[in-house]
Design a protein around this ligand. Structure first.
Ligand SMILES: [Fe+2]
Length: 266
């Protein structure tokens, strides 16, 4: 999710007059270390659609890509593009951009101190984690439809919709003929969670949209539960049902008990 209200220590880079965004050598190195580490853990764990998307994107290893390089591929495949945004954006902007097939990317990368975990979604998370799946039509259509629904939703409905995004786009798993695979970008941009999500530790449940809408989550821990899609076409189907009716159903039923301890006061 790219929307939260907490302040961030990160500042997104601005492009120069020609639209080029400059990064420091250290920042390029951080990208290289992140992408090389992640490319080692995803074979046999990421779904084929993600791996195919990565091939199409052909991301550079030794430098942070310019957004336009990624956008050119997305436009050609599914009509999406990247949109440069500040480190954190509000829900309104988030939903509007998605509804326009623009994926928000904050143009900053984590510091070495936060190499393994940071709360804000940085450019590595957004591009490596999410943009490969945006080359898949079912995923691309679902994400746009989600933006349109969110744009017109009430604050309470948005809170429920956020959980659906969380358990699909960010932390979704997929059953395949070859076994369990990952398509969620929150998992696939983290080596720790890539291994953990497929381990014996977490609960995995068959994806049900109302269950996902009703399941609380914490952003600062590995997930205690993941929802598993039968196939990616399930995401396309979600664009063809009255999803807001399911949101109202979830709201009437209320949230499930959290499967995690409450966050300790800082
Ligand atoms: Fe994300």
């Amino acid at each position: 999710m790219s929307a939260t209200k907490k302040p961030s220590k990160y500042v997104a880079r601005e492009p120069d007059a020609s639209g080029f965004i400059e990064y420091t050598e250290l920042e390029h190195q951080t990208w290289q270390q992140l992408i090389e580490r992640q490319l080692q853990v995803i074979p046999g764990r990421a779904c084929d659609e993600f791996l195919h998307g990565l091939e199409l994107l052909d991301l550079p290893r030794d430098r942070i890509p310019q957004l336009e390089e990624v956008s050119a591929v997305l436009r050609r495949e599914t009509g999406w593009e990247c949109a440069r945004v500040p480190a954190l954006i509000g829900f309104e902007t988030f939903f509007r951009l998605l509804s326009e097939r623009k994926f928000p990317v904050a143009t900053f990368i984590r510091t070495p101190e936060e190499f393994d975990y940071l709360q804000e979604p940085d450019i590595f998370h957004e591009i490596f984690g999410h943009c490969a799946m945006l080359t898949n039509p079912a995923f691309a259509n679902f994400t746009q439809n989600y933006g349109e629904l969110g744009l017109n939703a009430s604050p309470k409905e948005r809170a429920y919709l956020a959980r659906l995004y969380w358990f699909t786009v960010e932390f979704g798993l997929l059953n395949t003929k070859d076994g369990l695979r990952i398509y969620g970008g929150g998992i696939l941009s983290s080596p720790k969670e890539t291994l953990y999500a497929l381990s014996d530790e977490p609960v995995r449940a068959d994806f049900d949209v109302v269950d996902a809408l009703r399941t609380p989550y914490r952003i600062d821990i590995v997930q205690p539960i993941y929802y598993v899609l039968r196939n990616l076409e399930n995401l396309q189907q979600l664009t063809e049902i009255d999803l807001m009716a399911r949101v109202r159903e979830a709201m009437a039923a209320g949230l499930y008990e959290p499967m995690f301890p409450p966050k300790e006061a800082a």
